[in-house]
Design a protein around this ligand. Structure first.
Ligand SMILES: Nc1ncnc2c1ncn2[C@@H]1O[C@H](COP(=O)(O)OP(=O)(O)OP(=O)(O)O)[C@@H](O)[C@H]1O
Ligand SMILES: [Zn+2]
Length: 477
């Protein structure tokens, strides 16, 4: 079965052919660590985790290299450090902010079922030339100047967009059109208003590194060009991120990497996820319409209750990654109902098989063709999830959900802990009611049914294959 991916650069779904099937290489832009991540920020992390899992399934677990960076140098970080730790020297304050935020990010995305990427480089470690010879920002900028693609002016090093004839291909914003629009403020020292910063000088109270152009710090775009080259080489397979990164961030990454390396491409497939929205608007820090991953998991801020990671993840994947998602309580409740239904089936597993399934889960997944077929079609997770409901065997849906990073057993444990917290064990009550019915003690069986109904549990009586009475249950919504 062929994997097909939508490529923003060529604007078509194309068959994925890796440069080297024994080492498939993917880079995704990671967080700027100055604040808690909101659930919108989680979307690219989850989407590309699904792709990482699929690539590992197709090419083998050890044949995929996934790099997601951490941006720990940024003026937003400096501002936050000054505000949160006014008594500390700036560098120390910055370290506190970035370490705390990065650790929180890792914990949040792990709770959403995301695997750690193969490498998670921090930008600050790739500014100056490295002892191990891996790519770094200062060397890249020197190469750009040497090849005539960058110049020094006004205390900055700038990329010269006119030196690259096909600048603007990814976003479709060609230079001639931009000039006609002329909306970009013209800085007097720039040759062209679209020229962007590779390096800028730092004042004494700003973080800085020594460089041929004085003590300064890198622009945002050059970070990703350096870190991707450091781990994936000059040309690699897939580059991903949110839609908002197409311009200027990815456009400028392409310009820097191609021009510094003299290469025809930076990555062969460019993938972008759509926005997570609230009432039709992008969830973002600047608009203030956000809820953090941590708040969803641990507080009752959204919809008056906590949400387990599996429900958040399933909800994200019930919409195709390129479409917008409206983040609502109603959609979360629907996602939870789907998971509960599946767990209702798990409750009928015999425990020996469950143990076996757990063992198989550590190895290569055994995916049914209809599940794989949906996933390889540009990650059609909504279709895939609808097909999970039609699978026959418990192991099949366990494996299917695991392929998109949802562990039903972990969710079942969460459900159970919720039930226990509520001081009840629904299963035991259901079994006691069945016993009462067998004894024809209908007063008792009705009493138990009412007790369960008061807890929001709806019972469904039926017969199993041998004609014996069985009762399944779900939480009413
Ligand atoms: N609402 C959203 N929906 C989907 N992806 C998003 C959303 N907001 C941010 N992202 C993605 O999250 C990643 C991190 O982005 P970035 O660090 O720029 O976020 P941010 O600065 O918190 O954004 P904002 O200020 O808009 O909230 C990027 O890949 C970006 O595309
Ligand atoms: Zn980037």
């Amino acid at each position: 079965m062929e994997l097909r991916l939508y490529d923003t650069l060529t604007k078509e779904k194309r068959v994925f052919t890796p440069i080297d099937p024994s080492n498939v290489r993917m880079y995704v832009c990671g967080p700027t660590v100055y604040d808690f991540a909101h659930i919108g920020n989680a979307r690219p992390v989850i989407v590309f985790d699904v792709l990482f899992r699929l690539l590992r399934h197709i090419y083998g677990t050890d044949h995929v290299t996934y790099v997601r960076n951490i941006t720990d140098v940024d003026d937003k970080i400096n501002d936050r450090a000054g505000r949160d730790f006014p008594g500390l020297p700036l560098n120390e304050a910055i370290r506190k902010v970035t370490e705390k935020t990065a650790a929180q990010f890792q914990a949040d995305v792990a709770a959403l079922g995301c695997l750690p990427p193969t490498h998670q480089p921090r930008a600050t470690e790739f500014v100056a030339p490295r002892a191990d010879g891996k790519a770094d920002m200062v060397t890249l900028i020197r190469q750009l100047i040497a090849r005539g693609h960058a110049y020094e002016a006004g205390g900055e090093v700038l990329f010269d967009v006119q030196s690259m004839p096909d600048y603007g291909l990814l976003s479709g914003r060609r230079l001639d059109e931009q000039k006609a629009g002329a909306r970009v403020a013209v800085d007097a020292h720039k040759k062209n208003p679209a020229d962007f910063v590779l390096w800028k000088l730092s004042s004494d109270n700003e973080p800085g590194w020594d460089s041929p152009w004085g003590r300064g710090r890198p622009g945002w775009h050059i970070e990703c060009s350096a870190m991707s080259a450091a781990y994936l080489g000059e040309v690699f397979d897939i580059h991903g991120g949110g839609l908002d990164l197409i311009f200027p961030h990815h456009e400028n990454e392409i310009a820097q990497s191609r021009c510094a390396h003299g290469a025809h491409a930076m990555a062969n497939y460019w993938m972008h996820n759509g926005f997570l929205q609230v009432e039709g608007e992008k969830m973002s820090k600047s608009l203030g319409n956000f809820v953090t991953i941590n708040e969803l998991l641990t507080t009752e801020k959204f919809g008056g209750r906590k949400w387990p990671g599996e429900v958040l993840r399933l909800n994200m994947l019930r919409t195709h990654y390129r479409q917008p998602i409206d983040w609502t309580t109603k959609a979360l409740e629907e996602s939870e109902t789907i998971l509960r239904r599946i767990c209702g089936r798990i409750k009928q597993f015999d425990y020996v098989r469950r143990g076996m399934a757990a063992k198989e889960r550590s190895g290569q997944l055994n995916l049914s063709p209809e599940i794989l077929e949906a996933l390889v079609d540009d990650l059609n997770t909504p279709l895939m999830v609808s097909r999970v409901g039609e699978l026959k065997y418990d192991d099949d849906f366990d494996q299917a959900l695991l392929s998109i990073g949802i562990d039903v057993f972990s969710y079942a444990r969460w459900l159970r802990s919720q039930e226990q917290q509520a001081g009840s064990n629904v299963d035991e009550l259901v079994a006691a009611r069945l016993e009462a019915r067998k004894r024809k003690d209908f007063a008792e069986s009705d009493r138990i049914r009412d007790e369960l109904a008061a807890m929001g549990v709806v019972l469904k009586d039926g017969k199993d294959a041998d004609g014996k009475p069985v009762t399944t249950w779900e939480i009413a919504r």
